[in-house]
Design a protein around this ligand. Sequence first.
Ligand SMILES: Cc1cc2nc3c(=O)[nH]c(=O)nc-3n(C[C@H](O)[C@H](O)[C@H](O)COP(=O)(O)OP(=O)(O)OC[C@H]3O[C@@H](n4cnc5c(N)ncnc54)[C@H](O)[C@@H]3O)c2cc1C
Length: 442
Amino acid sequence: MIEKTADAVVVGGGLSGLTAAYRLASGGVDTVVLEAGERVGGRVWNIPLPGGKPTEAGAMYVCASQHEIRTLAAELGVELFPSFKDGIGVAHLGGRRLQYTDGLPGLPHDPVREYAAALRAMERTEPGDPRLDALDLAAWRDEQIHDPLARQLFDCSVSAWFAAPPGEISFAYALHATATCGGIRPMLRDQDAVLRFAAGSQALPGALAAYLGGRVCLGEPVREVERDDSCVVVSTPGLRVRARRVIMAIGPAATAPVAFRPGLPRARAALANGWVRGPLIKTNVVYDEPFWRDMGLSGSGFTDLGAVPGFLDASPPDGSPGVLALTAFTFSERYFRGNPPAFTNDHQVRRAATLEALAACLGPEAARPVAYLETDWRRQPYVFGCQGGLRPGALTAAGPSPHAPVDGLHWAGTESADRWTGWMNGAVQAGERCAREVLDRL
Ligand SMILES: Cc1cc2nc3c(=O)[nH]c(=O)nc-3n(C[C@H](O)[C@H](O)[C@H](O)COP(=O)(O)OP(=O)(O)OC[C@H]3O[C@@H](n4cnc5c(N)ncnc54)[C@H](O)[C@@H]3O)c2cc1C
């Protein structure tokens, strides 16, 4: 067993942990980062396209009002560029292919109005009433929305925000999470024009890790966190680090395999027990070129064709090769509809259904990619799914300040963010908040 000492140890080398460690190390604090996997970045992960340019297996885009991540990227010289969005979008709904330039294409007015009214009602609801935490999002939806198409539009939106079934997410948690993004409509408006990282999003954790150098230890899964009055001892199978402060930069679900002595603080235990993991598969479909642009199409759209809820142009900045990125919500009823039971677990079946749906939107060329790259986030060790959220009751059980430091333990990770929780920006903001907490106390 190797023994080390440090002023601060950071558990988790995702964007949040690395941001915290970067701010601490820049402030002269002796810091060690312990990352379970063999790479940094966690849910931010570049994979190669044919020819070698990077694309993203996980998080990809940044919104204009996400100041924390944009400031950090600028500070480290990591370039962002406006994602391609010119041209016409395509929807495939109810067996019809519809084109649109703005809003919701050719859908009947009444369901769209009912959907929009529900979003406004959600925005107007004051959080804080504990009764709202007893409700799940699907129950609230059924109280507010009666038209089946309007319910489907609502489910599409909330699936994208939480990557989890509406029936499992607390309504109060949904209010909290969307409020951290400035509210529902500002959050949706912000996604009209997004930015992407020119060298793939993992360039940002890569730049942080390059600054930190030997302070980052890979392949070190933390199994035990022991604390007493004077210090905290963090152990992996081969390494023990004694420090004055620990930043846990892992999500609530990721704390389950870690033994805390004394036990996990009550509020954090409530979050860990109540966390719903986002079961999601991300796919990048690669073509020699973005052929849809020559057809005047933006390469973005949405469908009710099961395998492809939505897609967007994720080509590199020079537009070569052409890439369509899409996320499949493996929990959704729409995902299963019309597909065989093996669908979620059979790569070939998923590939065929995905290409068929893209061809229905963008024409037969979409069925002839040069590569089809899938990342199943249900199966990534140490990450525990995509965004996710809290089950009914968990927010109340966790109390008013679940992320407050306890006995030398600090809580980072995007799930603890005050701004844009669930997003990369939240990871950066929570990392910076924790670094300030530690700097104030050392
Ligand atoms: C498919 C997908 C698409 C997404 N798209 C976007 C997007 O377009 N824009 C956006 O802003 N966000 C997006 N997100 C969300 C974004 O990726 C996350 O909000 C952000 O990366 C979270 O960073 P984090 O550091 O908080 O957590 P993580 O990235 O989960 O990092 C935690 C790290 O801790 C490590 N770890 C876990 N347990 C231990 C342990 N016991 N010991 C040591 N290390 C441990 C993990 O290996 C991991 O590296 C997406 C996520 C996914 C999966």
